[in-house]
Ligand binder design. Sequence first.
Ligand SMILES: Nc1ncnc2c1ncn2[C@@H]1O[C@H](COP(=O)(O)OP(=O)(O)OP(=O)(O)O)[C@@H](O)[C@H]1O
Ligand SMILES: O=P(O)(O)OC[C@H]1O[C@H](OP(=O)(O)OP(=O)(O)O)[C@H](O)[C@@H]1O
Ligand SMILES: O=C(O)c1cccnc1
Length: 467
Amino acid sequence: MMYAHWYNGTHNCKTVFDAYFRKLPFGNGFAVFAGLERIVNYLNELKFDEAAIQYLAGQEERYDPRFLEELRNFRFTGNLYSMEEGTLAFPNEPLIRVEARVFEAQLIETAMLNFMNYQTLLATKAARIKQVAGDDQLLEFGTRRAQEADAALWGARAAYIAGFDGTSNVLAGMRFGIPTKGTHAHAWVQSHESEEEAFERFAAALPGQVILLVDTYDTLKSGVPNAIKVGLKLKEQGKKLLGIRLDSGDLAYLSIRARQMLDEAGLNEVKITASNDLDENTIFNLKAQGAKIDVWGVGTQLITAGDQPSLGGIYKLVAREVDGEYVPAIKISGNPEKITTPGIKEVYRIVNRATGKAEGDYIALQGEEDAVQGQSLKLFNPTHTFIRKTVANYDAYPILKPIYIEGKQVYSLPGLEQIRQHHKEQLKLFWPEYLRKLNPELYPVSLSQKLWNMKMELIDKHLGQRP
Ligand SMILES: Nc1ncnc2c1ncn2[C@@H]1O[C@H](COP(=O)(O)OP(=O)(O)OP(=O)(O)O)[C@@H](O)[C@H]1O
Ligand SMILES: O=P(O)(O)OC[C@H]1O[C@H](OP(=O)(O)OP(=O)(O)O)[C@H](O)[C@@H]1O
Ligand SMILES: O=C(O)c1cccnc1
């Protein structure tokens, strides 16, 4: 497409694209936007180096050398607006808007969607797990099962944004400052003559971090009693057994029994960690069964987003420059939900001043800023327009922030702690009915009347052209 634009002399035409998703993952009521940091890293480094030019020169498309010369000077020179990481996002509203030469805007589509889709999916899955875990500690244990190494690293970051407390991925600790936490594997126990010896040696090496895996041979007959022996010895030395880990069997029953045994031995402070194919449903059920688990190690189901391995985020052309002016663009589909919303748009989060809670998101055309300054605002469902409400006494917060203006990064990436905090504050903005895990209420995302009218006119215009 880049070549075809260059060949036809349209490559410098300005275009506007929106990145958004149509359907929330996991039946959740919201998504947690993530991926911006990696998008910024990508755009800052985006260029065609000599090796790339050479590779393209050898392809069967037989690119004109002047095109390859153009690529040599390629960099991102456009504008990019985005939600901040950790922000709650909803279907059919732009999460990112790109305004750039079509040459650039088109190239970055796939990479941007890759980063946005995976990280947003992961942060959303992690938010669901966080919701059931409450104040229990959550550890990300997924690296060995992730869809390759990048997914492990950025997935650990996304999980931390949404409320996980640590990761077993040490590179994620080094790169992003996420606390690294973990225990030991069965192999540690298997590589000693006895379980007791294995526990003692582990405690000797890492006296401040001892969490012992107790299920290698027999959890209640051998693992927990041996851990208690080591725990009591550590106590005598003024040190502490931090915890035990259960990794198989009935985690409710075993944790209740292990808790009793630890308490009877006077080791009330020793925490119980559980792992083994956990997700929000097993954790919810284990808690309902009265499991005595303080720390949850979650791997495969989180890092692969096991129940929905992809977010269907898309990137659609919404405006293009014609004779020096932007004109809105639309894509029609037989499926009304797939019809795009044309034009350059702002997204506002409408917050009720009396309750401090979000009433809905409101998408208006650029230049329509007055629409959200009035005494009252009409929100309606763009597909089922009879579903409507009027909000008075509100604040309208624009949620797309400028990240690049004319290719210059104008946004300083916040630290991870700040992003995590922002996410926590976002959650407080919403009524619980939108946040609940099962059958949440549909959060209203409305179009301005002007935008809705314009969309309908464009639909009429294009359908009118049909034979
Ligand atoms: N009390 C419980 N209620 C509901 N689910 C549980 C309970 N205890 C464990 N589970 C879950 O049931 C599944 C058991 O899986 P599986 O049968 O493969 O494990 P296992 O045989 O105990 O251990 P291993 O990993 O050694 O095979 C896991 O996902 C685990 O988290
Ligand atoms: O179950 P997850 O949520 O992915 O959590 C990570 C799992 O990885 C480790 O197991 P390991 O790779 O040794 O396999 P196994 O315990 O299932 O045999 C650990 O003991 C957990 O069970
Ligand atoms: O630290 C652990 O116990 C751990 C880490 C990753 C995967 N499984 C277990």
